[in-house]
Design a protein around this ligand. Sequence first.
Ligand SMILES: [Zn+2]
Length: 75
Amino acid sequence: MPTVADIRAEGVRLTICCPNCARLRYLNIDRLDQSATLEEVAAGLKCTRCLEPDIEVRIMRCDPETGFWPAESAR
Ligand SMILES: [Zn+2]
């Protein structure tokens, strides 16, 4: 399981994804515990809108063709 520091070194970004209300938000990677694994990060967060504790932390990569990052979203 990679740590936050590993993810950061790859130049990718992390998002919090809520299975309950479908909210997707980017996380500020600098403010996370750099030695925590993604599981630990996910365990310490909850959805800011519906307060769902069982959220998913996903790695997001920039689209190699367009250079765009996936958009944040909410239903
Ligand atoms: Zn939610």
